[in-house]
Design a binder for this molecule. Structure first.
Ligand SMILES: [Zn+2]
Length: 251
C-alpha cells in the first residue's frame, strides 16, 4: 500500500496505541556516557580516502542479522498514518539522543559547514527562500527544533481521538525525513570517530539502517538526497549501497 495514496481514505481514529518496532538495541547497555568523553576524540578528517564507516568491521557492525524490511512493514490492522507517525517519533527521539552526545564535538569551529562528504554539503532555505550555508550545529539545531515543534503540534501529528491526520501529512513527513537524513549524514561524515569512541557504532548503524529501510518502504527517501548531485554515491549514499549489497536493506 502506498503511504502517499492512502491519505484520502476515511479514517476515524482511535487514540494512538500502535505497538512500535523500535530499532533493535543491544540486550546490554546502550546508554551513552554523558559529556565526559576525552577531548582527544577529534572529528574525522575532512576528506578521507575511504571513510571509516565504510570499512570493515564497522560497516558490518549492527545488532540485527538479516534484512530490516521485516521490521518496517506495516503490521496487519494498523493504520498506515499511525505507523508512520510513531516511527517518525522514534527516529527523531533516537537521533536526537545520539546528537546530544556529540554536541561538544559538533561546534562552529569544527563543523563550519553542514557537510556530509567531500563533495556534499547542505544548504538551509531561509525565510526569503534563499539557500544559505550554515555551520552544522546551527543547521542541526534548526532541524531538530523544527521537527520537535511539528511532533508537538496536534494539527500535524494528531494524538487525540477523533483528530484526523491532515492531507498534507505525507508531504510533511517526507520533508522531515529529508532533514533527518542530513543529520545522519553529517554525523557519519564528521563524527564517526566519536561514535566509535563511544562504542555506539552497532546501535547507530542499526538506527540508520532502520531509518533507510523505513524510508524506502514508504517512499520517503529521494535518491538525490542520499547520493548528492553526482552520479557516484558519496557519504552515506555509499554506505546505503554497501548495505544493499550485504542484504541488510531491501532491494
Ligand atoms: Zn558536526
Amino acid at each position: 500500500m502506498s503511504f502517499f495514496n492512502s491519505i484520502g481514505r476515511s479514517m476515524t481514529r482511535a487514540p494512538r496505541n500502535v505497538k512500535r518496532s523500535p530499532t533493535p538495541t543491544s540486550a546490554t547497555s546502550t546508554t551513552f556516557p554523558d559529556a565526559t568523553s576525552p577531548k582527544s576524540a577529534s572529528p574525522a578528517p575532512a576528506s578521507p580516502q575511504k571513510a571509516l564507516y565504510l570499512c570493515s568491521p564497522f560497516v558490518e557492525a549492527a545488532l540485527v542479522k538479516g534484512n530490516f524490511k521485516t521490521i518496517v512493514m506495516l503490521p496487519k490492522y494498523v493504520d498506515i498514518m499511525e505507523w508512520v507517525a510513531v516511527n517518525m517519533f522514534d527516529f527523531y527521539t533516537n537521533l536526537n539522543e545520539f546528537y546530544g552526545v556529540l554536541t561538544e564535538f559538533c561546534t562552529q569551529q569544527n563543523c563550519s559547514t553542514m557537510s556530509a562528504g567531500s563533495t556534499l554539503s547542505y544548504t538551509w532555505i531561509n525565510q526569503d527562500r534563499k539557500h544559505v550555508h550554515l555551520p552544522a550545529p546551527t543547521y542541526i539545531d534548526y532541524v531538530m527544533t523544527w521537527v520537535q515543534n511539528m511532533l508537538d503540534d496536534d494539527n500535524v501529528f494528531p494524538t487525540k481521538s477523533g483528530h484526523d491526520f491532515p492531507p498534507s501529512f505525507p508531504s510533511t513527513v517526507k520533508h522531515i525525513y529529508r532533514q533527518l537524513l542530513r543529520v545522519f549524514a553529517h554525523i557519519y561524515h564528521a563524527h564517526y570517530a566519536q561514535i566509535l569512541h563511544l562504542r555506539s557504532e552497532p546501535h547507530f548503524n542499526s538506527l540508520f539502517a532502520h531509518f533507510l529501510a523505513f524510508g524506502s518502504e514508504f517512499e520517503l527517501l529521494e535518491n538525490k538526497d542520499l547520493r548528492g548531485s553526482s552520479s557516484s554515491p558519496v557519504g552515506v549514499g555509499a554506505l546505503a549501497e554497501r548495505w544493499k549489497q550485504m542484504g541488510i536493506l531491501g532491494g
